[in-house]
Design a protein around this ligand. Structure first.
Ligand code: SF4
Ligand code: FES
Length: 383
């Protein structure tokens, strides 16, 4: 009996996790006001040690996980990153590094390459250095990111860039895509900011208006045509913000369905944001990963559709979108079992409409956003 069939037999319909996201640290040199890390990250003191992470990787791979993301905070802050990458690769994971590019240099790229890292994604804040500096809270980061994007490509990796869009940079999308083109990017994710963590705190100052969004979509479409006409292979992925959809996303492919996140202190979550929910999450320092995945109350609470209420309970679409996002439902309604208010059938959809309405009127200055940093996090912890 294979590992996978054994667990399926023991645990009924629950399949193995496919994705492991290792949030190695909450430390980060930048202060992006849309960071998805928890507001109280400063309360997390003790990160898992190298040996503990190595054990997490081995356990996850033995359970059947095949995709592995290293993120944070800034994962390059961890000096054992190369060790972890090498072990993940040896175990047979496909490995991704999700980074700001700060902490990277040619020597470190070579070391990660030698360790077997498969894929690197670098984030950019803007094309305009001033906007980038204001959003990241660092005047030097932008130039460094551009240099590292080039260095990653020179090392033989595809250049994969991620740009988080919001009301302060979305109007410069044409220049952003032009910059990515000039850099020689192979793929660009134009991901409108999703409202979790610090982004939720700053939502009023980040959500674009519908007009901004439609202009950005048209700009992306024009660029796709231009690139195709030139025979230039640069993929543009445009991710619409949840707040402008009428149906929610099938968040994480379903709660505890394929995805697990291990955060810096060893807590295990079904998604990167779940720590905000009023429930206790198990920790790899206390329980084996397999037991956490299959048997913990936290991972089972929103599996399947038995937990759903009306209107989801009898909705034909419930298996397509799994009732949306539990974190978003909680952040907006205070009830994690509520229908995601993004859905136009939700009795709370007016909350989304109110946020859209507010975005029409809001100001466009980048000042006034609360930066994601230790000081602000401590202020939040004291509340
Ligand atoms: Fe999805 Fe629930 Fe909306 Fe139906 S009512 S579309 S299941 S979120
Ligand atoms: Fe947590 Fe969607 S982000 S369930």
């Amino acid at each position: 009996m294979t590992d996978r069939t054994h667990t399926a037999a023991v645990n009924g319909a629950t399949g193995a996790p496919l994705w492991l996201l290792a949030e190695l640290t909450y430390r980060c040199p930048l202060q992006c006001a849309y960071c998805s890390n928890p507001l109280d990250f400063a309360a997390v003191k003790e990160e898992l040690a190298t040996e503990e992470w190595l054990d997490v990787l081995a356990q996850a791979r033995a359970m059947g996980a095949v995709q592995m993301g290293f993120s944070g905070g800034e994962p390059l802050v961890r000096q054992d990153l190369e060790t972890l990458v090498a072990e993940a690769r040896r175990l047979g994971f496909y490995t991704n590094l999700i980074t700001s590019g700060l902490g990277l240099d040619e020597a470190r790229i070579a070391a990660l390459h030698a360790a077997g890292l498969d894929h690197i994604q670098i984030s950019l804040q803007a094309s305009d250095p001033d906007v980038a500096a204001a959003v990241a809270g660092s005047p030097k980061a932008h130039a460094r990111k551009l240099a590292m994007a080039r260095a990653v490509k020179a090392a033989g990796y595809p250049m994969v860039l991620n740009v988080v869009l919001h009301r302060h940079n979305i109007d410069e999308l044409d220049a952003i895509i032009a910059l990515c083109d000039e850099l020689g990017a192979d793929a660009v994710e134009l991901a409108n900011c999703q409202m979790y963590g610090w982004a939720q705190l700053n939502r009023e100052g980040l959500l674009p208006s519908r007009e901004q969004l439609e202009t950005a979509e048209a700009t992306t479409a024009r660029w796709r045509e231009r690139l195709a006409a030139q025979g230039r292979d640069m993929r543009l992925l445009f991710v619409v913000p949840d707040y402008y959809n009428d149906r929610p996303k099938a968040c994480m492919g379903g709660w505890g369905a394929i995805f697990m996140t291990v955060v810096p202190d060893g807590a295990v979550l079904p998604c990167h944001s779940a720590r905000i929910l009023p429930m206790t999450f198990p920790n790899v320092r206390e329980r084996p990963l397999r037991e956490i995945w299959y048997d913990s109350e936290a991972f089972n609470r929103y599996r399947g559709d038995g937990w759903m209420r009306e209107p989801c309970r009898r909705c034909d679409e419930r298996h397509r979108d799994v009732g949306g996002c539990r974190c978003q439902a909680y952040l907006l309604t205070g009830d994690a079992a509520a229908t995601d208010p993004v859905c136009s059938l939700s009795p709370e959809h007016h909350l989304i409409e109110a946020a859209r309405h507010q975005a029409e009127a809001g100001e466009r200055s980048v000042t006034g956003l609360t930066p994601r940093n230790v000081h602000e996090s401590r202020v939040f912890c004291r509340r």
